[in-house]
Design a protein around this ligand. Structure first.
Ligand SMILES: [Zn+2]
Length: 148
């Protein structure tokens, strides 16, 4: 396969995985924002996550003032920590996430050995993206297309 068709194939895969991450985000019981993440390695989905409270906590993300509770985990953190409980390794993997990673998640992504991040929704703060790039991680913006 030449470089051009390999690139087109990767783009098509990226769009599909980011769409799957979008569907996965629907699992989130958070009302303010639903985010989904997938970790893909060697063409296999090795982990998934969506934003929510830790296991065993109530399935409510917002407090009485409609503010997100401080112990809500982001989708990326849930996907990475799920790997810690499995026999898989995120080393060299790609993360698909429906929103631009925040700086806290960017740190986890770097330490998890993830080499590529594909995200679909830009956020006003770009410090997470900048940190990923500084760590030499390939970052790609793929907008979530509703029809394709
Ligand atoms: Zn985050």
């Amino acid at each position: 396969m030449d470089n051009e068709s390999a690139k087109t194939k990767q783009e098509a895969l990226d769009k599909r995985y980011i769409r799957m991450a979008g569907i996965w985000a629907e699992n989130s019981y958070c009302k303010r924002r639903q985010v989904g993440a997938l970790i893909v390695k060697d063409k296999m989905i090795i982990s998934d996550g969506y934003n929510g409270t830790p296991s065993g906590f109530e399935n409510v993300c917002e407090d009485e003032h409609n503010l997100t509770k401080p112990y809500v985990l982001h989708a990326e953190a849930n996907a990475i920590t799920k790997i810690a409980r499995s026999n898989n390794s995120s080393d060299g993997a790609t993360m698909y996430v429906t929103a631009s990673p925040c700086i806290e998640c960017a740190k986890l992504i770097i330490q998890a050995g993830i080499k590529r991040v594909v995200y679909s929704e830009k956020y006003r703060l770009e410090d997470g993206i900048e940190l990923l790039k500084r760590a030499g991680i390939e970052v790609e913006y793929v907008p979530l297309a509703t029809h394709e």
